[in-house]
Design a protein around this ligand. Structure first.
Ligand code: XMP
Length: 432
């Protein structure tokens, strides 16, 4: 989707920091697009760029040759992180230099003639017009998870076409405390959207009964989810499917010069072949923080927009071993206490993810003056930039003690709380 006339294209010559550069320029209200250095000249020129930023990786200067047709274009050009002599005639900016971002912004304004006219308010107006043009008087179905991306896309498509959008929210029984109620309240009540709410708790938990292998659990949850969603989508019978694809999904799914992509963009993957949708992906050119800002502008509450990432398989991968209703309820209560105390203490917003894990190990304790033999809850709090690596957060001791005290007093079935102090790698963020 073309969003603005003032586009600066980042020519990606295998630059590890490409997303950071794109974000830096966009924060000066200049719209950027990322294209591989091997893109055909005509494809690049179709975006009508006003300037090019060649983003390199010093470790591999051999790529300059592949970018030669683009480097020859008669447009303002600048290089980032290039080895010396890699792009003759271009000023080179080293991203780690303190003046780097300013140099790039100056390039856009002074050499490319940008006026900084790109804004998310404008983006919303144009996205709404685009959705209306694409969908016409037809209908769209959207799988709403309550996560940031699908929530923002729901609000955006709803702004464009109102009741022509139907959202499907599947409660698989593995959600956090209060989550299904919250999603229904925001979307069905506040936004007055068509919302199909499916409580498939029994279906999921029956399938998961006795299954302790993490990969099997994930597969069951994934497959079941698609089945339930597909059944609902068939009933809605919409030709369009709304999706919360964001720009990093796309950038990370482009393989670079034979190197495998970081991840495959799998959003429609797995739907049965009879469901042939045309896709509506209105935030596919936005970065995560921009998606959040759009959500804010559309009036979504902070409780949805500023929440920690939550895995698709949900509490299913935070409950070690086979999931039983009783122990799942224990985890849900413990997790709610962790979140409550994190929010109250102001620490929630300072961590990437902080959550409880149910550990099915019974240990001896004392409760009500007698012997108890109960389970363990672990707390994990990490900070990360991209979830590829993660550092343990040193939460204040008093906060941890308070959380521990509340869990062992308020949650039946737990008599011990432990703190996970392992970075990633070697430990993953989730326990399963
Ligand atoms: P790991 O456990 O692999 O997690 O260190 C990295 C990040 O990804 C999230 N995560 C998932 N997200 N579906 C998702 O949508 C999944 O199956 C899944 N598994 C892990 C995890 O919460 C962390 O932010």
């Amino acid at each position: 989707m073309k969003v603005t006339p003032e586009t600066v294209v980042l020519v990606n010559c295998d630059c590890a920091e490409i997303q950071k550069i794109a974000r830096a320029v966009r924060s000066a209200k200049v719209y950027t697009m990322v294209m591989p250095c091997t893109v055909p000249v005509e494809r690049l020129m179709a975006e009508k760029p006003v300037g090019l930023i060649f983003c390199a990786d010093k470790a591999d200067p051999a790529v300059a040759a592949k970018a030669a047709p683009l480097a020859a274009l008669n447009l303002p050009k600048i290089a980032v992180n290039a080895a010396s002599g890699m792009f003759p005639g271009m000023v080179n900016v080293t991203l780690s230099a303190p003046t780097a971002v300013q140099a790039l912004v100056d390039f856009c304004f002074k050499q490319c003639g940008c006026t900084g006219n790109w804004s998310l308010e404008k983006f919303i107006d144009e996205a709404v017009a685009d959705i209306r043009a694409q969908v016409g008087d037809q209908t769209v179905v959207l799988g709403l998870s309550g996560g940031v991306d699908s929530s923002v896309v729901a609000a955006l498509i709803h702004k464009a076409i109102g009741k022509q959008l139907t959202c499907v929210f599947v409660n698989h029984g593995l959600l956090r405390k209060g989550e299904p109620e919250q999603v229904r309240k925001v979307f069905a009540e506040t936004f007055d959207m068509n919302l199909v709410y499916i409580d498939a708790t029994d279906r999921f938990l029956d399938k998961l009964a006795g299954v302790s292998d993490p990969e099997r659990k994930r597969k069951i949850i994934g497959k079941e989810f698609i089945d339930v969603f597909a059944e609902a989508a068939r009933k809605v019978n919409a030709p369009f499917l709304g999706q919360g694809t964001i720009y990093p999904d796309i950038l990370e799914s482009i393989s670079f010069d034979g190197k495998p992509a970081i991840k495959s963009h799998h959003n429609v993957g797995g739907l049965p072949p009879d469901l042939k949708f045309k896709l509506v992906e209105p935030v596919e050119r936005l970065f995560k923080d921009e998606v959040r800002q759009v959500g804010k502008l559309l009036g979504l509450p902070s409780v949805l927009l500023d929440r920690h990432p939550f895995p698709g398989p949900s509490l299913g991968v935070r409950h070690v071993g086979a999931i039983a209703r009783e122990t799942l309820a224990v985890l849900r209560e413990a997790d709610a206490i962790v979140t409550d105390e994190m929010l109250k203490s102001g620490w929630y917003g300072k961590t990437w993810q902080t959550f409880a894990i149910f550990v099915p190990v019974k240990t001896t304790g004392i409760r009500d003056g007698g012997r108890s033999y109960d389970n363990v809850i672990a707390i994990r709090s990490i900070n990360s930039v991209d979830a590829v690596t993660a550092e343990v957060v040193q939460l204040p001791w008093e906060l941890l003690l308070k959380i521990s005290q509340r869990i062992v007093t308020e949650v039946k079935g737990v008599n011990r709380v432990v703190y996970d102090i392992t970075r990633k790698p070697p430990a993953t963020i989730e326990w399963e």
